[in-house]
Ligand binder design. Structure first.
Ligand code: G1P
Ligand code: ZN
Length: 543
């Protein structure tokens, strides 16, 4: 087996976004594309000689081929060992767990998360650091810089490694250790949650449905929910991971997981339903007749965490991304613990978790997690909910009603305008940004504007500064509008408009969220001129 040095040239646009590098699959499959980016990761992190990495992905189209290429490149760079999930499969939280448990030098996750998979859909590559979390901006900036100065990469000339069975084999001088993707993760969940109490609740007839959306969590959910906890076979649906996710959009929200929402709103609703995304880090929580917003879910988990054995000692703090609702802030205030507000993207939670400043984190985008790993974790959230329901002996609706009575309710919605012309979307944001200093004191859709600014963040641990993290406008009476452009899209620009209305009056806790938020939507339009700038009269996706 010989090491080949392949000449290449920089490829434009290999700049990691909110979560790794995401592009069209065909672009990733293009000449040198994957190889260049992987070589840049290795170069930007001090080379691979003697190192151990974790490697796995969500099983989407090209996952298997990409894994073989990365193994040959790692071998050529002198890596000591690569730990690979069987079949090159690992959910994102399971990968994060392995990186930590095995004290490796980091890992590479092949995923474009909730974006569709297939030759004409999306692919992605993400580097995680030794703490198990997504590389921070300082590292992704270095990776991008390397992509712009690359002139060659090295790769071993070799056959494919057999990844179909657990065990250890060699690739050149490197060890390839194939592991069961589920085992370590399941053991971790058993340590954190009261499995006997959940199993007893299920044995008493509590009905649950988990939709794996033909993505990576199928095997995890089967092993844990049906295997360890005794939910009847068939409780986990769409459980076989498929390279194109069955042609669907593996995003657990009311739009893309519509059948699950219809189920809980219908006559044969189970007590609890949940779904997770392509790589298993997102979750959606539903009760009978009820959709729980991710921001509310975060608040409920924080308020009730002590009921789970892994969190019985209480929380050191909580953290949420800026666009996430302030529901969890009230819980933190009641518990007397700090609440941190970070920019969008899980990578900003890493330092807080490492430094012991936060135990539970979450984002409005269906992401919740804790310091058990350094990624958000879909099944973790599901098990935490089940643990809470078992311990309280209450259903989802009762838990939510009690929560709102105690803490008040933050009505919330996100409106996404997708595939916009990037220049026009950028111009809209720029125009609004220019007007920010004059907005406070003025009016929008009949309401007074209390404050308007652009969010910037200084990491309390390493002092890193992140500017331009979203425009936020606070309206009198507890209203807030946030606008930002997505950092994960692969087609044009995506505008996200986040609407929130805080409400504490006891007789106003059970209203229609869309009706409560309509004045805020009107205010967003009046302030930003979305229609005039983008040509769109309505959002493509509302969650
Ligand atoms: C989106 C979500 C963000 C999440 C990220 C990765 O990023 O909004 O909360 O961390 O996906 O799952 P965006 O496209 O908004 O940049
Ligand atoms: Zn994901």
């Amino acid at each position: 087996m010989s090491v080949l040095t392949i000449e290449t040239a920089p490829i434009e646009g290999q700049k990691p976004g909110t979560s790794g590098l995401r592009k069209k699959t065909r672009e990733f499959m293009g000449r040198h594309y994957l190889e260049n980016f992987v070589a840049a990761i290795f170069a930007a992190t001090g080379g691979l000689a003697g190192k151990t990495l974790v490697l796995g992905g969500d099983g989407r189209y090209f996952n298997d081929r990409a894994a073989q290429v990365i193994l040959r490149m790692a071998a050529a760079e002198g890596a000591r060992r690569v730990i690979v999930g069987q079949g090159a499969i690992l959910s994102t939280p399971a990968a994060s767990n392995l990186i930590r448990q095995r004290r490796t030098d980091g890992g590479i996750i092949l995923s474009a998360s909730h974006n569709p998979g297939g030759p004409d859909a999306d692919f992605g590559v993400k580097f995680n650091t030794p703490n198990g979390g997504p590389a921070p901006e300082e590292v992704t900036n270095r990776i991008h810089a390397e992509t712009l100065r690359l002139s060659s990469y090295r790769i071993l000339e070799a056959q494919d490694v057999d990844l179909s069975r657990p065990g250890i084999s060699r690739l050149g001088g490197m060890e390839v250790e194939v592991v069961d993707p589920v085992a370590d993760y399941r053991a971790l969940m058993e340590r954190l949650f009261d499995f006997p109490a959940i199993a007893a609740m299920i044995a008493r007839g509590f009905r649950l449905r988990f939709d794996a959306m033909h993505a990576v969590t199928g095997p995890y959910a089967r092993a844990i929910l049906e295997g360890a906890l005794g939910a009847p076979e068939g409780s986990v649906v769409n459980a076989t991971p498929l390279p194109d996710f069955g042609g669907g959009h593996p995003d657990p929200n009311p739009v893309w997981a519509r059948p699950l929402v219809d189920l809980v709103m219908g006559p044969d609703a189970p007590d609890f339903a949940a779904a997770s995304d392509g790589d298993g880090d997102r979750n959606m929580i539903l009760g009978r007749g009820l959709y729980v917003t991710p921001s509310d879910s975060l608040a409920v988990l924080a308020a009730n965490a002590r009921l789970a054995p892994g969190y019985a000692g209480g929380l050191k703090g909580v953290a949420r991304s800026m666009p996430t609702s302030a529901a969890v802030d009230r819980v933190a205030a009641a518990l007397g613990i700090p609440c941190h507000e970070t920019p969008t993207g899980w990578k900003f939670f890493g330092n807080l978790l490492d430094a012991g400043l936060a135990t539970i984190c979450g984002e409005e985008s269906f992401g919740t997690g804790s310091d058990h790993v350094r990624e958000k974790d879909g099944l973790w959230a599901v098990l935490m909910w089940l643990n809470i329901l078992a311990a309280r002996g209450e259903g989802v609706a009762a838990v939510m009603a009690g929560h709102w009575r105690r803490f008040g309710r933050n009505y919330y919605a996100r409106h996404d305008y997708e595939a916009l012309d990037p220049a026009r979307a950028g111009a809209m944001m720029a125009a609004l940004r220019d007007r920010l200093p004059q907005l406070a004191g003025g009016e929008a859709a009949g309401r007074r504007i209390e404050a308007a600014d652009e969010f910037a963040y200084t990491d309390p641990v390493d002092g890193a500064r992140s500017e331009g993290q979203g425009i936020r406008i606070r309206l009198e009476g507890g209203g807030r509008i946030v606008l930002r452009l997505s950092g994960t899209g692969t087609e044009g620009a995506t505008l996200r408009v986040y609407l929130e209305q805080a409400e504490a009056r006891p007789d106003r806790l059970d209203l229609d969220p869309a009706a409560v938020l309509a004045p805020l939507a009107a205010a967003a339009e009046a302030l930003a001129g979305i229609r005039a700038h983008t040509g769109r009269a309505a959002p493509d996706v509302t969650t």
